[in-house]
Design a protein around this ligand. Structure first.
Ligand code: COA
Length: 175
């Protein structure tokens, strides 16, 4: 499945993305509010996880391609998380800092949310966000999400932003 927005193409990751993806995952800013920069081996593990979800027929992450230069600039898509003992589907996103503050993460996240409800009929999606991550909170808000609760996830204080398919439909199921 490929998602298209005015400035972006969201397509499944491929094996040969590993070089560029490892470069992104080694960048301190790209990895803000996470576990810090990843080695190439760790990044390979992440890609394997994305591929295994796809092979199992589960929604997975998309590679975010900036149309203007055809660059892989980050990821946006689905992650399968266990939060407080419950299985949840998260929309997660990271972009290279050169591409921040142009509305691109919001554009990508909205396309992924609409895909979740329109094409996959998922009942609910969440985003797990550190309270200090203001940019990510804005992306979630613009994605129609509301704070459901605060929890601790992998040892970090975390806001659980959420939107259900019913809420999305009630807002007109747009975008
Ligand atoms: C979070 C992230 C994906 C946002 O990407 P982006 O393309 O810059 O986001 P957008 O341009 O779509 O929107 C960002 C919003 O946050 C605001 N914002 C950005 N940086 C901000 C900051 N430091 N302080 C306050 N607001 C900020 C922008 O003004 C914008 O809000 P607006 O539309 O009301 O003006 C990007 O910063 C990133 O990759 N960060 C590192 C990884 C990360 O934190 N991922 C999320 C983990 S939950």
């Amino acid at each position: 499945m490929i998602l298209e927005t005015p400035r972006l193409i969201l397509r499944p990751f491929r094996g040969k993305d590993v070089e560029r993806f490892a470069e992104l995952m080694a960048n301190r800013d790209f990895m803000r509010f996470s576990l810090g920069p990843y080695t190439r081996e760790q990044t390979q593990g992440v890609l394997q996880k994305f591929f295994s979800w796809t092979q199992a027929g589960l929604p997975s992450q998309f590679a975010v391609i900036f149309r203007r230069n055809n660059e892989l600039i980050g990821y946006c898509g689905f992650l399968h998380q266990e939060v407080d003992g419950r299985s949840e589907i998260e929309i997660g996103y990271r972009l290279h800092p050169d591409y921040w503050n142009r509305g691109l993460a919001s554009e990508a996240a909205q396309a992924v949310r609409s895909h979740a409800f329109r094409d996959l009929s998922l009942p609910k999606v969440i985003s797990l966000i550190h309270p200090d991550n203001i940019a990510s909170r804005r992306v979630a808000e613009k994605n129609g999400m509301k704070i459901e609760r605060e929890t601790v996830f992998r040892g970090f204080p975390t806001l659980v932003f959420a939107i259900t398919r019913e809420q999305w439909l009630a807002e007109g199921g747009a975008g």
